[in-house]
Design a protein around this ligand. Structure first.
Ligand SMILES: Nc1ncnc2c1ncn2[C@@H]1O[C@H](COP(=O)(O)OP(=O)(O)O)[C@@H](O)[C@H]1O
Ligand SMILES: O=C(O)[C@H](O)[C@@H](O)[C@H](O)[C@H](O)COP(=O)(O)O
Length: 207
């Protein structure tokens, strides 16, 4: 199993509602690990972005083409044995399962279950609302604070999926270090060089 993981690469999925810090943390993590970074928002169609900026939550239908493109991109990284960090907000679908995860699973097949680790950034709603407000006042992002509640309502984490929760109110370096330690613990299986990365200056290592 361990050597399969090495051959297939690893996708580190950082989930959480808008404003929880996914993009910031993912970028820092990718820089620390020296690996690839995917900003899921970059894969949205203009019409999806326009819809959200008007304060209308996306439907599963809106999300499907987005997730399919995202999934095939991730799949290519994994097949090439690369490590990639990506942002991903999960939402409950009409089937009662998180639609993002459902599509990722369908598209990635067994690779998804073998080669991904998912972590969720969590923080009190008021902290996140304040961050979104500041960000949208600076006109840095299409997502309005108005949609936060819909995302909090829909955020679904199945205990069985063992998604580790990360305190998103902590300092950014602490968050990144915690994530690295979690990955380290998950994959501490005696297989050296599981991730094709090193941690310059961090004093941390994966195995
Ligand atoms: N741990 C943190 N502490 C303080 N501010 C943060 C933290 N993480 C993110 N932020 C800030 O919160 C805002 C939203 O972060 P962002 O990474 O864009 O969230 P997301 O990608 O989940 O929407 C940004 O302005 C960012 O600088
Ligand atoms: O499935 C969705 O409803 C959207 O993908 C939605 O999650 C949106 O893209 C982000 O939440 C906004 O971007 P940030 O989460 O990066 O703020």
């Amino acid at each position: 199993m361990a050597s399969d993981l090495q051959a297939q690469g690893l996708a580190i999925v950082i989930m959480g509602v808008s404003g929880s810090g996914k993009s910031t943390v993912c970028k820092m993590l990718a820089k620390t690990l020296g690996c690839n970074f995917i900003e899921a928002d970059d894969y949205h169609s203009q019409s999806n972005k326009d819809k959200m900026s008007r304060g209308i939550p996306l439907s599963d239908e809106d999300r499907i083409p987005w997730l399919e493109t995202l999934s095939s991109t991730i799949r290519n990284y994994l097949i090439n044995g690369d490590t990639v960090t990506l942002t991903c907000s999960f939402s409950e679908s009409s089937t009662g399962r998180s639609s993002d995860q459902l599509i990722l699973t369908i598209s990635l097949g067994t690779i998804a279950t073998a080669g991904t680790i998912t972590l969720c950034l969590v923080a009190p709603a008021e902290v996140i609302a304040e961050r979104i407000k500041i960000r949208s006042n600076e006109e840095k992002h299409f997502m309005p604070a108005k949609l936060l509640q819909s995302q909090l309502d829909l955020l679904q984490m199945d205990e069985a999926e063992q998604i580790s929760k990360i305190d998103a109110t902590s300092g950014l370096q602490n968050i990144v270090n915690s994530i690295i330690l979690l990955i380290n613990n998950k994959y501490k299986c005696g297989n050296e060089n599981l991730l094709p990365v090193s941690f310059p200056g961090s004093g941390l290592s994966l195995l």
